[in-house]
Design a protein around this ligand. Structure first.
Ligand code: PEP
Length: 260
């Protein structure tokens, strides 16, 4: 019963890739593959300048769109930042917060990530909140401690209302862009841990909250990952730029949803 509350979802994180021409080709290919796809089952998360292109090209299609980061501020003297309301202006639905590349390269703290989730929620966007450990953390046996710290900051700072509209993503840093995927069991173990922690704090949300896995997901490994009880889909980087890979991952997600 609880599984039906969480149909699988696939989000493609384009990172800092694309051009108007390349996006047109990619989106056209995705749209032809997405015919008949259930609504609310896949999205592309694009660089800010391409939100307008997505809003024109994807409008009325089963594919949703969103951004990869958001400011905590609503407006004002914050040169270079983009507010949640600006993202929402382009009919976007989703925004990633706390991606490990932002945490590592831009020094984003757990608390800032929570504030970004709140800002996104307040503008009507669905935050996709990323957590995940480094290879050093995993090898030192700190996976659960790190994931708990990152998650707790969001549970404390954002609260149940924001969480009720959020998606969580477990993305082990050692698996992102490396070709080294977590095994289905490794992913399931951490997803179950995350869901358990959510249940301790917000029991009503635990069964309905989607937890995506991210880290070198491909069409070839998606079905095995999505077969795990607490893996509710994927956050996909590199493979989201390759139409047959992304559609293969979406297909694996729909098959897994149908099997639940
Ligand atoms: C990501 O960027 O969130 C990601 C998971 O990348 P990749 O699929 O390329 O590992």
């Amino acid at each position: 019963m609880t599984r039906r509350m969480r149909s699988k979802f696939v989000a493609g994180n384009w990172k800092m890739n694309g051009s108007l021409t390349a996006n047109h080709q990619l989106l056209t290919a995705l749209l032809s593959g997405a015919e008949g796809m259930p609504a609310d089952s896949a999205a592309v998360l694009v660089p800010f300048p391409y939100l307008a292109q997505c809003s024109v090209t994807l409008d009325g299609s089963p594919l949703a769109w969103g951004a990869q980061d958001v400011s905590t501020h609503e407006s004002g003297a914050f040169t270079g930042e983009v507010s949640a309301a600006m993202i929402a202006d382009f009919a976007a639905s989703y925004v990633i917060v706390g991606h490990s590349e932002r945490r590592a390269l831009h020094g984003e703290s757990d608390e800032l990530v929570a504030q970004k989730a709140v800002a996104a929620h307040n503008a009507g966007l669905i935050p996709i909140v990323c957590v995940g450990e480094t290879l050093d953390d995993r090898e030192a046996g700190r996976t659960e401690a790190v994931v708990a710290r990152q998650l707790d900051a969001v549970l404390d700072g954002a609260g149940d209302e924001v969480l009720s509209s959020s998606i969580l993503a477990y993305e082990p840093v050692w698996a992102i862009g490396t070709g080294r995927t977590a095994s289905p069991q490794q992913a399931q173990d951490v997803h179950a841990f995350v869901r358990g922690r959510l249940r301790e704090r917000f029991p009503a949300l635990a069964d309905g909250t989607r937890i995506l896995y991210g880290g070198s997901v491909k069409a070839a490994n998606a079905a095995d990952l999505f077969a795990m009880a607490d893996v509710d889909g994927g956050l996909v980087g590199g493979a989201s730029l390759v139409p047959h890979e992304f559609m293969g991952i979406c297909e694996a997600a729909f098959s897994a949803s149908r099997a639940d």
